[in-house]
Structure formats: structure tokens, C-alpha cells
Design a protein around this ligand. Structure first.
Ligand SMILES: Cc1cc2nc3c(=O)[nH]c(=O)nc-3n(C[C@H](O)[C@H](O)[C@H](O)COP(=O)(O)OP(=O)(O)OC[C@H]3O[C@@H](n4cnc5c(N)ncnc54)[C@H](O)[C@@H]3O)c2cc1C
Length: 319
């Protein structure tokens, strides 16, 4: 309901772009079926508006695609800040404009001693030749610290490769996000490296999800998800820890890196990476789609039965 960006986003679109119908129980206990022909406003809102605002979703009908195998890849670097900046600049030029078969994520973190660790991971539904050729943009620019690996896996194993095991320990984490709507200039990239490098190793990672491809084929107002044509990538500032006593330090570290990037960012965030610190979450999550979301809220839940800290408001926030 928030969109759904994954490693098939550039080849197949967001998860919400495959949603054909959603069944929902609304605040008046009506069982609704929302699709392109029935309750089209609710259908529109449930593709990007996020959960917990309009009713209780009871069923999703989603288009499926035949896909037997996928290529999964990864390549890493450990670099000084100026060299890491070169990889970052090359990735941000390449990743949102690469063949739509390829969806990549660039992970940026501290490596100690003022160095930066970077890892480009992703998935391709194209040929291995195409993928290896495309990745030369990065692998010939700076020598990787661990060589490029490319594996052809069954689709399910590709999912498992990135999702990890089903048995995992829950751990506290903090995430904040920024959509990059025009490529960062050299000052912006410099500031990323300068903010990340001094943080202790393992305490933060910036996950840059590439957009473009099929995500851009849908108009910004065709669904409630507003980050379409022109959106380059989304940076998720992420920290996860296990000891409760670490919480203040980790929150401060994420906040510091995020603060360093304020001069370079347009103030757009991803509703699925919910961030309770945002001063104007509604504008950050939904941009120009906010007014229509508020109208849908008024239509289906005027008494605000379904609400949480960042649900769609019943009226437009005062400017
Ligand atoms: C480790 C991690 C990795 C993630 N990776 C990605 C990623 O790669 N791409 C991406 O797009 N997102 C990602 N997310 C975000 C994730 O997609 C969102 O958190 C999403 O909202 C989770 O859906 P959920 O069904 O678990 O809902 P919950 O987290 O349980 O709920 C989300 C909201 O929906 C409401 N809600 C729950 N159930 C219903 C219902 N039946 N009807 C209506 N509202 C409901 C809740 O009240 C809440 O407001 C990640 C999250 C985590 C924790």
C-alpha cells in the first residue's frame, strides 16, 4: 500500500503497479472491492498512500509475471573519500538510466580510518553479458576490494538471497530517507562521504535504491505514489543495533548524517521507510498527491477511525 520497491522495480514496476484489486473493510463496516472500475479513488489511494489510513485490507489481487531465473550480483570497494565519491558519481549516473533489466542498490558505509566501504548489489532479468558489460562502468573505474560475483538463481532463491533466512532476531533500527530527484552535485557527494567516514564501522549504512525503468512509466498522479519520472534514487539512512544502551548514540549518528545532507535534498521521503522525526511527513511522503489523498480520507474515513502517527490526515495541514 506504500508502493513497494524491490529488486525487480526497474524491470517490472513497483509492487503497487501490479495491484489489480484490493478488498477493504472501511470505517462504516462496508466490504469494498476497489479496482480501476469500482471505487477508483480508493484504489488510487491504496497504491502509495500507505497502510492504516482508509480501512482494513483483507485481500490483494496482484498480477503475476513468468520469471524462472534471475541474475544476482555484488561487488565491493574500500576506498578513500575522493575515490569513493567517483564510484558514487558513476553509480548515480548509471543506475537510474541502466537497461531496465537491471535494478541495483549502492550501499555506502564507514570502513574506519577515514575510508569508505561501498557495495553495489542487485538483480538482473537480462543476459549475463549485458550485466557484466554494464557493470564495467563501475568495476573499471576503481579496483574492487572483492571481485564482482554474478550468479544465476531460480527466482525463489534470488528472493532468499537478498531476504535472508525466515528465522531472525528482531532488533531495533532507525531509518530515514531522501529521494534524490536531480543527481547530486560534487558538493553533495563530498558531504555524504565526509559525514559517513567518521562514524564507527558498522554503525550506519546508506542504501541507495535505484529508480527509473518501469517505475517511471506511470504518471506521478496516476497512483498515490508520487516519485515517478525523473526520480533518480532513494537514500535510506539505516542503523540497526542489539544493545538497548546503544540507542541514543545510534539515533544521534543517523541524525547527524541526515542533517549534513539537508542542503542537498528536496525534502521528499518514502512512506515505507517511516520516519517519525519528519516535521511535515505528509508533504514529504506524498508531495502533490496529498490533496487527493485527503479527499479520499474524507470520503472513506471522515471520523479518522483509522489513524496512527503518520496516517493520511482528514484535512490538509495548515501551511
Ligand atoms: C527490514 C525492513 C526492510 C524493508 N525493505 C523494504 C523494501 O525493500 N522496499 C520497500 O518498499 N519497503 C521496505 N520495507 C518497508 C515495508 O514495505 C513497510 O514497512 C510495509 O509497510 C510493511 O508492511 P506490513 O504489511 O508488514 O505492515 P505493517 O508494518 O504491519 O504496517 C504498516 C502500516 O499499515 C497498517 N496496516 C497493517 N495491516 C493493515 C491492513 N490489513 N489494512 C490496512 N492497513 C494495515 C499498519 O497500521 C501500519 O500503519 C522494509 C521494512 C523493513 C522493516
Amino acid at each position: 500500500m506504500g508502493g513497494g520497491h524491490g529488486l525487480l522495480a526497474r524491470s517490472h514496476g513497483l509492487t503497487c503497479d501490479s495491484l489489480q484489486q484490493i478488498n477493504m473493510v472501511d470505517s462504516q463496516a462496508r466490504a469494498l472491492q476497489a479496482n480501476a472500475g469500482s471505487e477508483p479513488d480508493l484504489y488510487w489511494a491504496c497504491r502509495g498512500g500507505g497502510g492504516g489510513s482508509f480501512g482494513i485490507a483483507t485481500q490483494f489481487m496482484i498480477s503475476a509475471f513468468p520469471l524462472q531465473t534471475a541474475l544476482v550480483f555484488g561487488v565491493s570497494w574500500k576506498l578513500s573519500q575522493p575515490h569513493a565519491a567517483r564510484i558514487f558519481a558513476a553509480w548515480q549516473t548509471w543506475a537510474p538510466n541502466a537497461p531496465i533489466t537491471i535494478t541495483s542498490i549502492l550501499k555506502v558505509g564507514p570502513a574506519g580510518g577515514g575510508l569508505i566501504t561501498m557495495r553495489c548489489i542487485g538483480q538482473s532479468v537480462g543476459s549475463e553479458t549485458e550485466l557484466r558489460n554494464e557493470l564495467k562502468t563501475l568495476t573499471t573505474l576503481e579496483t574492487p576490494s572483492s571481485a564482482l560475483s554474478v550468479q544465476s538463481l531460480s527466482f525463489l532463491n534470488a528472493v532468499k538471497h537478498f531476504a535472508g533466512p525466515l528465522e531472525y532476531e528482531s532488533a531495533p533500527f532507525k531509518a530515514k530517507s531522501d529521494y534524490v530527484l536531480t543527481p547530486l552535485d560534487s558538493a553533495g557527494i563530498h558531504d555524504i562521504m565526509a559525514a559517513v567516514a567518521p562514524i564507527p564501522v558498522g554503525n550506519i549504512v546508506l542504501l541507495c535504491d535505484s529508480y527509473g525503468g518501469k517505475v517511471s512509466d506511470v504518471a506521478a498522479d496516476a497512483t498515490a505514489f508520487p516519485r515517478r519520472v525523473g526520480t533518480q534514487y532513494c537514500i535510506q539512512y539505516f542503523s540497526s543495533w542489539t544493545r538497548a544502551g546503544d540507542t541514543p548514540t545510534r539515533l544521534a549518528q543517523v541524525a547527524k548524517v541526515y542533517a549534513a545532507m539537508r542542503p542537498h535534498m528536496p525534502g521528499a521521503s518514502y512512506v515505507n521507510y517511516c520516519d517519525l522525526d519528519l516535521p511535515d511527513f505528509a508533504k514529504a511522503y506524498w508531495g502533490d498527491n496529498l490533496a487527493r489523498l485527503v479527499a479520499v480520507k474524507q470520503q472513506f474515513d471522515p471520523d479518522n477511525l483509522f489513524h496512527h502517527a503518520q496516517s493520511v490526515p482528514v484535512s490538509l495541514p495548515a501551511v
